[in-house]
Design a protein around this ligand. Structure first.
Ligand SMILES: C[C@H](O)[C@H](O)[C@@H](O)[C@@H](O)C(=O)O
Ligand SMILES: [Mg+2]
Length: 393
């Protein structure tokens, strides 16, 4: 009887190399090859995002164990600082609580960390604990998480692919391809021309109907984003993503006004909580929001964010995040398609997004996926991935 079960312990582990910190890859990977970022104004940090620390945190693995020994887990981008926050601070709201007290635990974790949290790392940690609790509840009730939050509204989820090769993604059956923008304002007119030429060449490769998107990873300014959006529109740009830093709500609102309606403006992967997304929605910043369930506050918060968006007719297309977003999206009418991040170094094969950390991690086949009905999120930790527990309490 799950309502009587309590949480006996919560444990925080760290691991390096792929996993939830999917930017933590080896050399010669498309995801670290001269991609535009807010750091690109400094030439020494232009070639590689790892050079300025995009993979500095590593993966945090959170385990929660019920009094009958059943264990749930989840992962996020938080590494050692995240492990400290779990074991030294947030564990007190989890241990001893009923396994069903997910809402109360969430509110206590968020409220108790407001003085140093609100977004970023702390919300990544809260997300991982929240997702681990949902995994545990699913395992105790022998139900997949999607069945705990209302059940599937469609038989399968369709995906677009993010990576350097939309031409290959089209052949693999994905509904679209999102390319990273590689040049920002610091590289001047030549950089913008190079982006447009690369996009135009890709449009030639994929034909007129395949979705093509540009991911700017917070790297542009309003003027440059306007010019780039208009230039790429000539080659069938479906959306321009995260053109500006996440706190520039005013810039996004103005960009939305400046670009024609057939070019969608999207953002949200580095936004967190219902309040952050309410700001995006009420200021008219974007046409579609892209929360990451491992970063925005977890499934408990994403359900609230999704309802806000749904009330305004806005789609929620979660950023990456593997099974944690698949179990959510399959239950939401306003999440009709999802992102799949191509984590193969040349984006030429479909490999599990959080590889090598999770076993049984499902991947889209021919661009679509039926979410397995295995209890919880349906994945296991790979015992070959060596975990450390730096702050055992
Ligand atoms: C491909 C992008 O530069 C990022 O690496 C990616 O994590 C994210 O922005 C995305 O939308 O997948
Ligand atoms: Mg993105």
């Amino acid at each position: 009887m799950t309502t009587a079960s309590t949480i006996r312990s919560v444990r925080a582990f760290t691991v390096r190399g792929g996993g939830a910190d999917y930017h933590d890859q080896g050399d010669d990977h498309w995801i670290d090859d001269h991609i535009a970022t807010p750091m690109a104004k400094y030439p020494e940090y232009r070639q590689s995002r790892q050079s300025f620390g995009i993979n500095v945190l590593g993966t945090l693995v959170v385990e929660v164990e019920a009094d009958d020994g059943t264990t749930g887990f989840a992962v996020t981008t938080a590494g050692e600082p995240g492990a400290y926050i779990v074991e030294r601070h947030l564990a007190r709201f989890v241990e001893g609580a009923p396994v069903t007290a997910i809402e109360r635990i969430w509110d206590q974790m968020y409220s108790a960390s407001l003085f140093y949290g609100r977004k970023g790392l702390v919300l990544n940690v809260i997300s991982a604990i929240d997702l681990a609790l949902w995994d545990l509840l699913g395992k105790l009730r022998q139900e997949p998480v999607y069945a705990l939050i209302g059940g599937a509204v469609r038989d399968e989820q369709v995906f677009y692919a993010t990576g350097s090769r939309p031409d290959l993604a089209r052949k693999m059956g994905f509904i679209g391809g999102k390319m990273p923008v590689r040049h920002g304002p610091a590289e001047g007119a030549e950089g913008l021309t190079a982006t447009v030429e690369r996009f135009a060449a890709m449009r030639e490769e994929v034909g007129p109907d395949f979705w093509l998107m540009a991911d700017c990873w917070m790297s542009l300014d309003l003027d440059y984003a306007t010019r780039l959006g208009l230039a790429l529109r000539e080659h069938g740009l479906r959306w321009i993503e995260e053109a500006l830093p996440p706190d520039d709500y005013w810039g996004y609102s103005e960009l939305r006004k400046r670009l024609p309606p057939d070019v969608l403006v999207t953002t949200g992967e580095h936004e967190a909580t219902r309040w952050g997304f309410r700001l995006l929605l009420e200021m008219g910043c974007c046409d579609l929001i892209q929360p990451d369930v491992n970063w925005c506050g977890g499934l408990t918060e994403l359900l609230k964010i999704s309802a806000l968006a749904d009330s305004r007719g806005v789609l929620v297309v979660p950023h990456g995040s593997s099974v944690y977003s698949y179990h959510f999206a399959i239950t939401r009418h306003n999440s009709p398609f999802s992102e799949f991040l191509m984590m193969h170094p040349q984006a030429s094969e479909v490999v599990p997004m959080f590889s090598p950390l999770l076993l049984d991690e499902p991947v889209p086949v021919n661009g679509r996926l039926r979410v397995p009905d295995t209890p919880g999120f349906g994945v296991r930790l790979n015992p070959e991935c060596v975990l450390a527990r730096p702050y055992e309490h």
